[in-house]
Write a protein that binds this ligand. Structure first.
Ligand code: J2J
Length: 550
């Protein structure tokens, strides 16, 4: 059933997930409250500057923020865009919003007017939480623009600078003990079957989608994930992936770490040398990393200078880990690796600690929950392929969504009639029962784990007066795995440069920088398939040939 733009699980599935104990009808706040009390004196969070926050600190400060948010007029289920870079304030704001019963919309620091404006419209957000300025970019000015276009956006919450007129300071709220004077310190309890958070989809369509994760589904997601990854009170996790990512937030990320009494260091800085310093200084045991970060660590010329002996485990996903890189981890870093094929839509496939080495290095795992179901199908017919053959992965389970937020039309294509999420990943079943990712059946570029929708960028490029036609494809890259390459047919007489196009995308189209094409090729015409579609396979081959010829 669709309610408030959100597709519920059918009643019989919901009942089965409750009966099996996956859904416990607790809010995420309630799950955490029990941990905040149980682990009160332990360190929960370490800041890059070395400041420590105990579980009791996180509890007290996030409740304080929640009470301030409520006092401002924020209501249960109000959506609030969260765009604060990794660090204690991003964690406290996220937890404060959950405690206030609001629904954070988790966006990335590089997102700009095009993305934030879209998410504000789509979610009907009432609030926007930002850092005043990040790398010279003025987020308060962006908030002003987004507010002008979205009158429902009433509250702008700012950290790290003097808030403009009408905006609220998160830093001032953190220093103001409202809990000591407020008449009522009660906070609302949201319905565990309602969305707790809206995540962003990996992006395969022209317009990015929002992913509603309920308290029931997301709590089970992070509790089970922490269990599969073997986290416990001794675990200290380094996370340098942006907190808005499902991986960093709950797989096992922040929430899985807090659920098991461990501590997290959430770094905004992703430079390898800084990460090595943090591992050495804080004797961190686990590293949540995309494969690009692992490569950065292994190949860093200064690695020998740092004591990384505390590192026991790397949890990696987002893009495929090259088995040759995986093989180097034990001899060179003395640590193990678990791979995850993860999706913000919910499915999580993990290799297991007990899997033989060969399986751990060469597969991307099996479903994390016994309640998960999957099919490997021929995408055209929807029929299952023979075991061992490559097909598209379709997933259904207690933490896999049944529909994107307010996207009824798209949902009919993205989900099968019986509720399986069509992942667009091409996989094959390995003899171990795990799956191996072989490619994809969706039009996106995976740049070091960050997904870029080709169609979204093409729609922006075609708005340029000198672009007659265009296609964006992935080109191989030694570090990021893939980068964006734009093939463009210029308008008659026009000449185009990569710099000029990027300038246009940033200044006129106002998109996030990580989505920019990193190579431009001009053609007289785009190659077509025999049914008249743009032949992207041919374009990918062209770019590989050009790279090889160089
Ligand atoms: C190949 N492709 C992979 C892998 C994801 C944990 C980790 C990652 C994500 C994530 C996540 C891959 N090998 N090991 O949400 O909780 C590609 C697939 C997949 C898409 C999803 C998590 N791990 N991928 O990356 O929603 O194509 O989630 O469908 O950003 O990333 O992207 P996203």
């Amino acid at each position: 059933m669709i309610k408030n733009g959100f597709t519920e699980w059918p009643e019989d599935f919901a009942q089965a997930y409750r009966d099996a104990g996956y859904w416990r009808d607790q809010t995420i706040g309630e799950v955490l409250a029990e941990r905040f009390a149980r682990f009160a004196d332990r360190t929960a969070l370490i800041a890059e500057d070395g400041a420590h926050y105990t579980y009791a600190d996180l509890d007290r400060l996030s409740t304080r923020l929640a009470l301030h948010f409520k006092n401002l007029g924020l209501q249960p289920y109000d959506r609030v865009i969260h765009q604060i870079p990794n660090g204690p304030v991003s964690v406290l704001t996220f937890l404060g919003l959950l405690k206030a019963g609001a629904v954070p919309v988790m966006t990335l620091p590089p997102h700009r007017e095009a993305e934030i404006g879209h998410f504000a419209r789509l979610s009907g957000a009432r609030g926007y939480a930002i850092a005043s300025q990040v790398r010279e970019f003025d987020f308060q000015a962006l908030a002003g623009t987004v507010q002008e276009q979205n009158p429902s956006l009433e509250f702008v919450l700012v950290t790290g600078g003097m808030p403009g007129p009408g905006y609220q300071s998160i830093d001032a709220m953190l220093l103001d003990p409202i809990e000591e004077r407020a008449g009522s310190t009660s906070l609302p309890r949201p319905d565990p079957d309602f969305p707790a958070v809206l995540l962003l989809s990996g992006g395969t369509t022209g317009i990015p989608k929002l992913i509603p994760r309920t308290h029931n589904d997301y709590a089970y997601n992070f509790l089970r994930c922490a269990e599969v990854c073997g986290l416990d009170g001794e675990t200290s996790v380094l996370v340098a992936v942006p907190q808005a990512h499902n991986f960093a937030l709950a797989c096992p990320g922040l929430l899985g770490t807090l659920a098991t009494g461990g501590c997290e260091l959430l770094s905004a800085n992703t430079a390898t040398e800084q990460l090595m310093k943090l591992i050495e200084t804080h004797r961190l045991t686990h590293f949540i990393a995309v494969p690009t970060m692992i490569l950065g660590l292994l190949d860093h010329p200064e690695r020998g200078k740092y004591d990384l002996s505390s590192l026991r485990m790397i949890l990696t996903g987002g893009s495929k880990l090259n088995p040759e890189v995986a093989l180097r981890l034990r001899p060179e870093l003395g640590c193990d690796v678990l791979q995850v094929l993860g999706m913000a839509e919910g499915p999580l496939y993990w290799t297991r600690l007990e899997d033989p080495d060969d399986v751990r290095l060469h597969t991307q795992g099996r479903p994390q929950s016994p309640g998960d179901e999957f099919r490997i199908v021929d995408p055209e017919s929807g029929k299952e392929v023979a075991p061992g053959e490559v097909g598209e992965l379709w997933c259904r389970g207690p933490h896999t969504i049944r529909g994107y937020y307010r996207a009824d039309e798209h949902n009919t294509r993205a989900f099968s009639s019986d509720g399986f999420y069509k992942s667009g990943d091409l996989v094959r079943l390995h003899e171990s029962g795990n799956i191996v990712v072989e490619g994809r059946n969706k039009d996106c570029i995976n740049r070091g784990g960050e997904k870029i929708s080709a169609e979204e960028i093409e729609n922006h490029l075609i708005a340029h007066g000198s672009v007659l036609n265009c296609a964006v494809v992935a080109m191989p890259d030694a570090i990021f795995g893939e980068k964006c390459c734009a093939f463009v047919v210029p308008a008659p007489g026009a000449s185009l440069t990569l710099e000029g196009l990027c300038d246009f995308l940033i200044k006129e189209r106002k998109i996030a920088r990580f989505k920019l094409p990193e190579r431009l090729e001009t053609l007289d015409a785009l190659p077509l398939t025999n049914v008249g579609k743009i032949n992207k396979k041919a374009l990918r081959e062209i770019i590989v040939q050009l790279q090889q010829a160089a």
